[in-house]
Design a protein around this ligand. Structure first.
Ligand SMILES: Nc1ncnc2c1ncn2[C@@H]1O[C@H](COP(=O)(O)OP(=O)(O)OP(=O)(O)O)[C@@H](O)[C@H]1O
Ligand SMILES: [Mg+2]
Length: 162
C-alpha cells in the first residue's frame, strides 16, 4: 500500500523528491479500508513533499514497524490499548511551527495560500475510525507523522479482549 502511494506521489506532486523506504517484513496484516489508508498516506506524503519544496536535499522516509510491546492510553479513556502497527512518514523540511502543533489536526488549519486545511483533519478521522491514532513530532529538518493501528485479532479474540 505504501509502495503504491510512493509510486503515485513520484509520478505527480513528488516528482523531485527522494524517497527512502524501510518496511518491516514481520508486520502482520492490517485490517483496514485500503482506499482510505491510501488517502491517509497520500495526504501525509503530499504535506511532506510541500514541506521540502525547494530544498535541494529534500527526502521523505516511509517506514513500518511492528511494536507488540507498546501499550498506550487513548485520550478520553482510562484503558490502555495495544496499537502495535506503526507507520511513519518523515521529511527533512522546515518543520511544523510550534503554535500550529496543538491545532494541527483541526479542520481549516493551514499555512498555505491555497490549502484547505482539510488534509490532516481527514487523516485523523480515518485513523480514528480504524481504532488508531496519529501523532506528529516536529523539529526543523525532522518531522514525523506516526500512525498507530491495532492488530486484527478476529471476531472471537476481540470479544474476549473487550
Ligand atoms: N510535514 C509537514 N511539515 C511542516 N508542516 C506541515 C507538515 N504537514 C502539515 N503541516 C502544516 O499543517 C498544516 C495543515 O495541513 P493539512 O494537510 O491539514 O492542510 P494543507 O496541507 O494546508 O491543505 P491541503 O491538505 O488542503 O492541501 C499545513 O498547512 C502546514 O502548515
Ligand atoms: Mg495537506
Amino acid at each position: 500500500m505504501l509502495e503504491h502511494v510512493r509510486t503515485l506521489a513520484a509520478s505527480g506532486f513528488g516528482r523531485h523528491v527522494r524517497f527512502v523506504e524501510e518496511y518491516d517484513p514481520s508486520l502482520p496484516p492490517v485490517f483496514a479500508n485500503r482506499d482510505q489508508l491510501i488517502q491517509v498516506f497520500l495526504n501525509l506524503v503530499k504535506n511532506a513533499a510541500e514541506a521540502i519544496d525547494g530544498e535541494a536535499d529534500g527526502e521523505i522516509q516511509l517506514t513500518t514497524a511492528f511494536r507488540p510491546g507498546v501499550r498506550l492510553t487513548v485520550p478520553g479513556t482510562t484503558s490502555r490499548v495495544s496499537l502495535p502497527l506503526e507507520f511513519c512518514v518523515r521529511d527533512n523540511g522546515k518543520g511544523v511551527p510550534d503554535d500550529l502543533l496543538p491545532h494541527l489536526f483541526d479542520p481549516f488549519v493551514t499555512t498555505k495560500p491555497t490549502g484547505t486545511g482539510l488534509g490532516l483533519a481527514l487523516v485523523a478521522k480515518i485513523i480514528g475510525d480504524h481504532g488508531g491514532i496519529v501523532e506528529c513530532d516536529s523539529q526543523p529538518r525532522r518531522t514525523t507523522f506516526r500512525v498507530l493501528l491495532p492488530m486484527y485479532r478476529g471476531k472471537r479474540a476481540s470479544a474476549e479482549d473487550n
